[in-house]
Design a protein around this ligand. Sequence first.
Ligand code: CMX
Length: 136
Amino acid sequence: MKPTHIEHLGIAVKSLELAIAYYENVLGLTCYAVEEVPEQKVRTAFFKVGQTKIELLESTDPEGPVGKFIEKKGEGVHHIAFAVEGLQSKLDLAAERGVLLIDKQPRKGAEGLNIAFLHPKSTFGVLTELCENPNK
Ligand code: CMX
């Protein structure tokens, strides 16, 4: 699959405002965007760290994926996102190799990226996102 880099780490938090204050005031990063993704039932906040980003995720619905995650496991690292080129072919390759796909085809994610998730039961417990920038 050869990801080019880690696009972002997704971190589930109960309060975006409180978590943003920590990342800005303690780590010294700058939140450059806050975006709601209604299909995913989350509000997100982004920080750049070199080529990688931190994506904070606050649930907008207790029945959404992040709401359920926090209810079960509490706040913490929620997923890792790898940047790939040729997303559909990489998904097909993963499926051929026995990986359970949450998304068989790419869909739109935050920041205009095309994204797809691999199921954590197939990826050693780590929810894995593949993303591709359609403008590159
Ligand atoms: N990391 C690791 N394991 C996870 C997980 C996560 N983030 N989320 C759920 N799981 C595990 C649960 O612990 C549970 O394990 P057990 O069966 O051992 O208890 C299992 O997956 C099923 O969990 P569930 O709470 O019953 O939830 P669902 O099966 O309904 O959904 C999942 C799980 C991963 C399919 C769903 O969360 C999903 O589709 N995620 C992808 C979309 C997403 O997470 N969007 C939010 C971010 C969007 C963005 O970046 O913009």
